[in-house]
Design a protein around this ligand. Structure first.
Ligand SMILES: C[S@@+](CC[C@H](N)C(=O)[O-])C[C@H]1O[C@@H](n2cnc3c(N)ncnc32)[C@H](O)[C@@H]1O
Length: 241
């Protein structure tokens, strides 16, 4: 299936520089392997039949797209994402029958009603205009088609953040004054990369200092083309190595 078959009158999908999500391999280790588990449950929950035309918006390295192929025997499946690096990983890992193209989910270059199902996994919370992306998804499905998406439940579902919030609140209620939160940008011993942006938001909310131990992850802040999301680009006041 050629992606051009579903490209709409807005013209060819434009390649654009998108440096927040870039390195497919790093993403796979960090989130992709978990995305696959979520994708399994999501598709089981949707319960769609075989032979449908699927669009995966913000497909990244193809975690959800691959699961659609495995579970849903699609007639056609297209993955769109702004990241050329992620799409390269997806193309390498998935069968050639899947079509991939660079696109912004908020302004899709696909024809009206070209798909039966539009899905999106772990994307909407990163968009400046998530409502526009939902509108575009609704435009891209046929009447009676399905639009479905999932994101992390930062407030309740990310258990460790909820736990951290609880501890801070408990300390404050007990008359204590928490000073700072410490996290890791990429620990050398276990490889853990903490979600620095989310933890930084919590620190901001409670007016706490935020210390992130750089380790290997700090290099991501400095290295062009590395996985800056993992390194929380934009939240660092000072980096020492
Ligand atoms: C957490 S990843 C999720 C990737 C994949 N759906 C998964 O479940 O593993 C977020 C994805 O959103 C994509 N993204 C960011 N901005 C986007 C936009 N404006 N339109 C579409 N996708 C976008 C990123 O490139 C990245 O692939």
């Amino acid at each position: 299936m050629a992606v051009a078959d579903v490209a709409g009158e807005r013209g060819a999908m434009q390649e654009q520089r998108f440096d927040v999500w870039a390195a497919g391999d790093a993403y796979e280790l960090y989130i992709g392997r978990w995305s696959r588990l979520v994708a399994e449950r999501f598709l089981a929950w949707l319960g769609c039949g075989d032979g449908l035309r699927w669009l995966d918006v913000g497909c990244g390295t193809g975690a959800l797209t691959a699961t659609v192929i495995d579970r849903c025997r699609p007639r056609m499946v297209v993955g769109l994402d702004p990241s050329a690096g992620f799409l390269e990983s997806a193309r390498t890992a998935l069968p050639a029958s899947a079509g991939f193209a660079i696109a912004d989910g908020q302004s899709l270059s696909v024809r009206d009603e070209a798909f039966d199902v539009v899905v999106s996994g772990l994307v909407l919370n990163f968009l400046a205009a998530p409502g526009a992306a939902v509108g575009e998804a609704a435009r891209a499905v046929r009447p009676g088609g399905l639009v479905a998406a999932y994101v992390w439940d930062y407030a309740e579902g990310m258990a460790f953040l909820a736990h951290l919030r609880r501890l801070i609140t408990q300390d404050r209620d007990a008359g204590l004054r928490p000073l700072f939160i410490a996290a890791g940008a990429g620990t050398v011993n276990t490889g853990v990369v903490d979600p620095l942006d989310e933890i930084a938001a919590l620190a901001r909310e409670f007016g706490l200092w935020f210390h992130a131990d750089g380790a290997y992850g700090a290099l991501g802040v400095l290295a062009e083309g590395a996985e800056p999301r993992a390194a929380g680009r934009g939240i660092w006041a000072d980096i020492r190595m």
